[in-house]
Design a binder for this molecule. Structure first.
Ligand code: ATR
Length: 267
């Protein structure tokens, strides 16, 4: 039985084992998928031991995504652009390839599950941390008309804007006109919503929070109140990034919609 695992800290509440078991059921195979708690100074050793012991592939979550990209023998272009990896793949020669499926997870949830094509659209990204860096290249690959990034600490938005060739704007100067607004800040689950003028949400077709909870997030609630036509939380992104990892490991592309539905939470 092939062995997979997700490494993180904390890890006890990870939904990844449940998600990947549903994918395996779709493929009609049996796999093991375990949670592994690690520590920053032990992570590289833990990964080496996992693959030496026959592990077929690993997911990596906070706070190890940057280390995961650094320890791999090879790194995909999108993991390099993200500076982080969420997927480790054992190559046939035993070497480890680091990839990052977070961005395509976001894109496929929005374009396929939510039915919202991104080509020609105006996109606003809120936040400029690791989560945002991980999704910018796959969003750009969809050929939007424009991506604007805004962050509480403007200098961090400017740095990402330079790296990816997009525009940065100060949060208090943002105007409306965006088709899609993505919240990539880390405060949403604690009820913190990025401070942007309410008018920014007017006419917005979709406000998407990369965070998710059992109910709508604070960002979803605020965006709906301010006029966003639809909102979504990040559970679909979680399932879609997992599906992309599964496909990289096994060559089987799971159907994500029934898995999102089975998890049974507000999206
Ligand atoms: P992650 O890996 O989740 O992206 P991070 O790299 O620490 O975490 O980045 C957190 C992001 O959320 C940053 O853009 C941060 O803004 P600052 O750069 O100004 O710190 C943003 N953030 C966190 N809490 C926030 C809040 N209450 N309001 C607005 N932005 C917030």
């Amino acid at each position: 039985t092939p062995l997979y695992a997700v490494f993180g800290n904390p890890i006890a509440h990870s939904k990844s084992p449940q998600i990947h078991q549903m994918f395996a059921a779709q493929e009609g195979v049996s796999v093991r998928y375990e949670r592994r708690l690690s520590q920053p100074d032990a992570f590289a050793r833990d990964i080496a031991a996992f693959f030496a012991g026959g592990g077929a592939g690993a997911n990596v979550t906070l706070p190890f995504k940057i280390q995961a990209a650094e320890l791999a023998h090879e790194t995909s272009p999108r993991a390099r652009a993200a500076g982080a990896a969420n997927t480790l793949i054992r190559l046939s020669d035993g070497l480890i390839l680091a990839d990052n499926t977070d961005g395509i997870g976001l894109v496929s949830d929005i374009t396929q599950n939510l039915g919202f094509p991104l080509a020609g659209k105006r996109i606003l990204i809120l936040g400029a941390g690791g989560a945002v860096r991980g999704v910018l290249q796959p969003l750009l690959d969809e050929n939007p008309a424009e991506i604007v990034i805004a962050n509480r600490t403007h200098e961090k938005a400017q740095a990402l804007a330079r790296q990816f060739g997009i525009a940065a704007e100060q949060t208090d100067r943002l105007k409306n006109g965006f088709d899609l607004i993505v919240n990539g800040t880390s405060g949403s689950l604690g009820g913190q919503v990025p401070a942007v003028p309410a008018a920014v949400y007017a006419g917005c077709a979709l406000a998407y929070d990369m965070a998710y909870g059992d109910t709508a997030t604070a960002f979803q609630t605020a965006a709906a109140l301010a006029g966003a036509a639809h909102t979504a939380g990040g559970l679909g992104m979680l399932v879609c990034q997992a599906a992309a990892s599964y496909r990289l490991w096994r060559g089987f592309a799971p159907d994500t919609a029934p898995v999102v539905a089975a998890l049974g939470k507000a999206v």
